[in-house]
Design a protein around this ligand. Sequence first.
Ligand SMILES: [Fe+2]
Length: 295
Amino acid sequence: MIRDDVPKRARKASGSTTPGSGPAAVPGRNGGGKGYRRVAAFGGVYSNHLALAAAVEDARRREVDAIVCLGDLGAFGPNPDRVFPILEESGAFVIRGNYDDSIARGLDDCQCGYTDPMDNHYARISYQYTFHNTSPENRAWMAGLPYEKRFRLGDLDVLACHGSPRQMNEFLWESTTPDHFLEKQAREQACDVIVGTHTGLHWARRFGSRGWYVNAGALGRPANDGSPQVYYAVLEAEDRELAVEFVPVEYDHHELAREMREEELPEEFVETILTGWWTTCLEVLPGKERARGRW
Ligand SMILES: [Fe+2]
């Protein structure tokens, strides 16, 4: 049941609504009062328009009040321009990822933060493909995306960002992110909940007396767990109590693989979509996260 004092749930956008503008009347920062009750957060779309469409449909079924897209719309997958109409139709509020920032500004690389030569080799292939297949109109639109979004969820102040609150392309891995770091970030940002993505692996942790960090994972590629499904997060608040659910999304990954081959993307990328195991850009993983995968 949606209360009367929260904004309308995410719905089909009107003619005047564009991705990035989001649903009207977003509860603002530290404004007091009740905010949204239930919000869907997803990131790392990586051109996976089929998973994006499935996630939006699932979020609507759950009657979320808002959808927040945490950025990295392109990369890895095929036909990047197919993502934008789905975002527009969803009414999602979109923030800027490192990939979007690079594409919009015409930078030489994706600012992914890789250091290994093979990681960078595959990142370069992915970036060049995405850059040359994203329309000038969509590039211009990404140039207007904000770096963060603040809203109220129940009685909680939420900061949505891409990497970390202090750096767009900072990896916050579960095994290497201490509580005191999260507490400091929340204190400096005057928020209770930090929501991010960028790593591609979903996780959540409560810290301090009321803080939460939620990494929404990625819609664009599986979570390196041997399953082709991908994930997004649903955050639901009752007063100051937060519940986080990671929702598995099944979509036609065989069709995505077919598109990827048609676009002559690396077979290593296709293998990840079909098997659920990461085959590239692995060197950036900390030991614990690496040990959970096959390679
Ligand atoms: Fe990213």
